[in-house]
Design a protein around this ligand. Structure first.
Ligand code: C5P
Length: 300
C-alpha cells in the first residue's frame, strides 16, 4: 500500500444533505506507521518523552457520523474486536465533543458512528486513534462549529498521544508525548507491506511499562538535555533521507526502541521481521508497540 504523501489526513466526504445542515459525513481515517520511535525518558504526567517519525498510509477505516435525533452516542461496527461502548476511543471523542459543545448537542441531537474497520486492531497502526480523529472532524462539520485546526488538535490531545497526528496525517516528526508535530514535506511515495498475526495484539501500556522497568536506568533526567536530544531529529540523517526520497537510506535508518521489549516476548513477531529482512526489502520494522511488522519497498 502506498504511503500516500500528505494526502492522508482525515478526509471528509459529504454523504447527504437536507436543506441545511448536512446530516451525515463519511470520513477516511488513515492508519499510521512509525518510521522512528526513540524513548528519551519519563515525563511528570507519567507518560514517556518520545521522538518519533510518523507516516500515514493509504490503508484506512471508513467512519460515518450521522445525526440520530436522539440523545445518544451509538457505535456500529461488525469487527468482533471493536468495542461498541464507551471504551471505544471514537465514542470518547464524541462524548468529549458533547461536553465541550453542549449547545450543538442540544441543537443536533446524538450521533450514530459507523466504523468500517480495515485497519487491524491492537496493531500499532493507530486504528482507534484515527477513528477518534475522524469523529472530531465529522462532528465539527456536522455541527457547523467551524473549529480551527489548533482547536481540534487541543481536543485531540485529550484522547490519546497519537490522535493529533491522525488529524494532521502525512509525514511528521512527533515529540513530547507524541502530540507535538512538525510536518515533513516532500516525503517519498514508497510502498509498505504489513504483516500481523490475527491472534497477537500488544498492549501499548504494557510495552511502555515494561520498557520503563528494563531501561529506565538509561533515561535522560535533565530537561535541558532532553530538549537538546529531541531537537536533533529535525537535522538527522533519517529526516534528510525522507526529504530526499532516499528509500534505501530510510530503510537502513529506521528504529523503534519498543522492539527491545516486544520482540523477545513475542517470538512470532520477531520471526515475521526476520522473514521480511531475508526478502531484500528496503527495510523492516515493528510499528509502534506492535504487533504489526512492516516492510518498506521501492515498488508495488
Ligand atoms: O496516549 P495513549 O493512550 O495512546 O497511550 C497508551 C499508553 O502508552 C499510556 O497509558 C502510557 O502508558 C503509554 N505511553 C507512554 N508515553 C507516551 C505515549 C504512551 O508511556 N508518550
Amino acid at each position: 500500500m502506498g504511503f500516500a504523501t500528505g494526502l492522508t489526513s482525515v478526509i471528509a466526504l459529504t454523504l447527504s444533505s437536507f436543506i441545511l445542515p448536512m446530516r451525515a459525513y463519511s470520513l477516511i481515517a488513515p492508519a499510521k506507521i512509525n518510521l522512528y520511535l526513540k524513548i528519551l525518558g519519563d515525563r511528570a504526567d507519567g507518560y514517556h518523552e518520545l521522538v518519533m517519525i510518523l507516516q500515514s498510509l493509504e490503508l484506512g477505516d471508513q467512519v460515518q457520523v450521522r445525526a440520530n435525533g436522539i440523545e445518544k452516542i451509538r457505535i456500529y461496527c461488525d469487527h468482533p474486536e471493536v468495542p461498541l461502548d464507551q471504551t471505544n476511543l471514537a465514542h470518547r471523542a464524541a462524548q468529549l465533543m458533547v461536553q465541550q459543545f453542549p449547545e450543538a448537542y442540544a441543537n443536533y441531537g446524538g450521533v450514530d458512528i459507523h466504523i468500517e474497520k480495515n485497519i487491524p486492531v491492537a496493531a500499532g497502526l493507530a486504528g482507534g486513534s484515527t477513528d477518534a480523529a475522524a469523529v472530531l472532524v465529522g462532528l465539527d462539520l456536522m455541527w457547523q462549529l467551524g473549529l480551527t485546526y489548533p482547536e481540534l488538535e487541543a481536543i485531540a490531545e485529550n484522547l490519546g498521544s497519537d490522535v493529533p497526528f491522525c488529524l494532521a496525517g502525512g509525514s511528521a516528526i512527533a515529540t513530547g508525548r507524541g502530540e507535538k508535530l512538525d510536518p515533513i514535506t516532500n516525503s517519498p511515495c514508497l510502498f509498505v507491506v504489513l504483516a500481523k498475526y490475527r491472534n497477537i495484539g500488544v498492549s501499548t501500556l504494557w510495552a511502555y511499562q515494561t520498557y520503563r522497568q528494563e531501561f529506565s536506568h538509561g533515561y535522560i533526567n535533565d530537561p535541558d538535555r532532553m530538549k537538546t536530544q529531541s531537537s536533533k531529529i529535525s537535522s538527522s540523517p533519517l529526516v534528510q533521507a525522507i526529504t530526499r526520497s532516499n528509500g534505501e537510506e530510510i530503510g537502513k535508518l529506521m528504529h523503534n526502541d519498543l522492539e527491545k521489549i516486544v520482540l523477545p516476548e513475542y517470538p512470532k513477531v520477531a520471526q515475521l521481521r526476520e522473514t521480511f529482512a531475508r526478502t531484500g526489502v528496503l527495510g523492516t520494522m515493528m510499528s509502534g508497540s506492535g504487533s504489526t511488522v512492516f516492510a518498506l519497498c521501492e515498488s508495488a
